[in-house]
Design a protein around this ligand. Sequence first.
Ligand code: HEM
Length: 540
Amino acid sequence: MEMSATAFVTEDTSWWVFTLPAFFGTETLFDGCVLLYLSLGLVSFGLLTWAFSTGGVAWKDGRNRRGPTAISGPRGLPVFGSLFTLSRGLAHRVLASMAWGRAETQLMALSLGSTPLVVASDPHTAREILTSPHFADRPLKQSAKSLMFARAIGFAPNGTYWRLLRRIASSHLFSPRRILAHEGGRRVECTAMLRNVSTEQKLLGFVSLRNHLQAASLNNIMSSVFGKRYEPAHDSEELEELKDMVREGFELLGAFNWSDYVPWLSFFYDPFCINERCAKLVPRVRELVLGIIEQHRLSHDNKKSNTNPDHGDFVDVLLSLDGDEKLQDDDMIAVLWEMIFRGTDTTALLTEWVMAELILNPEKQEKLRGEIASAAGDGAAVTDAELAKLPYLQAVVKETLRVHPPGPLLSWARLSTSDVQLSNGMVIPAETTAMVNMWAITHDPHVWEDPLAFRPERFLTADVDVRGSDLRLAPFGSGRRVCPGKNLGLVTVTRWVAELVRSFEWTEDPTRPVDLSEVLKLSCEMKHTLSAVATQIKEF
Ligand code: HEM
């Protein structure tokens, strides 16, 4: 007589074994046992593969031994690899300790779920990766894809379309002539910020600098990109909508999305509701940006004569492109939206770090003030070109970029499109994600003497270019995908620091001490917003 599965279960306490057939959708116990053995076999095989894969499960099949020198790294956990190590806290610091502790600074192999990752923590390997034509792609996160960034400069795959965007960026959007043409606008914005700082100081007896920097930054970028500046008193509705969209986009792009690395997890675990939130944000972005594009189209039609194109905004530039360079509306939306994103947080948070260090180092603040005063004379306006020639001011900005690089892991990773042979004999296989730990490089005592000290003086004797040619300090990346906004970012931050220090003496507020703790989101920010006492010393 055939025994039913239920009868069997009552005589045996290992009931769970017999739930498997139902779970797997099989009919007979025999099938269930086969499935159980199969599953156990698979799990054992997985464990064995993991146990023998240095770098973890994504490096199985000798992926890390394709060159004469193998790439080694921590095994991490089965299935998840090193995901738990990197998903919380300050990933740049965790990775740096791992690389230093394991003597794997040249290159360390890790697994992020099924994604193979290499991390370079030394300038030589960093250069080889960033400047290799086979590393000109980026892995595309789900959130970036959903938020249309696949059509923007930062995530577009290396190819004709991306090269076109880079060409437009270098010859039109960020050309030196254009940056110069918009200097007046940046100065106006900076003076407005100084006034707001002064008003807040009078009202509260201290200043929370971040709000002012973020407002100036948003207005700066909005006037470069859209030719618009916002007055909180008049444009509060649109301004709030814009701020909210930028905030939401930052959160979505900065969130650690587990299913980027373990795709099947998306069916069970999506703590940030990434897909749902992206789907809600995209129509809002399209409506706002398309509205602005349409306004520009109308005013172009009404214009009788062409004004100097360098004085126009990014929308004007994109609309004026013709022939092969002409972009579709959706591509324009993606490019413009990305500029708002990249341009707003980086400049504000870098300035906040500079000011925090200057408040903690009053003698350096005084030295800087002296340099600016002697260059500017009494009350005279200083140009960007003059500021670029002030060695101590430049050194202060560079030292802050070294101690607090805004993108400690260079923001977004690179992806290899074919096997890449390094000079040390390692071969990075195609389809490997690569990160450069710039924070590890700028804090390595073998690269920088006394790396934890804030000492701008070190740049007075050594000529270090921060724009990508010296990999000991390349906070804007390097190679083909180097940051196209680096010059705009640098002139903006340099002016803000110069004017803030020239107009006020900044001292620590004893009730709100300066705290240099970090938080890593899309960029690495001060965890606690910077508050200080600003004593006005000059009219503006
Ligand atoms: C302090 C300011 C800034 C810092 C530290 C910074 C840093 C970076 C870094 C590290 C990268 C990746 C480079 C690489 O992979 O080699 C990058 C890319 C990029 N940045 Fe910046 N950035 C800053 C300001 C800006 C500004 C103001 C804009 C535009 C308004 C901008 C637009 C971009 C774009 C579009 C990319 C992608 C380039 C590509 O993939 O081809 N950045 N930035």
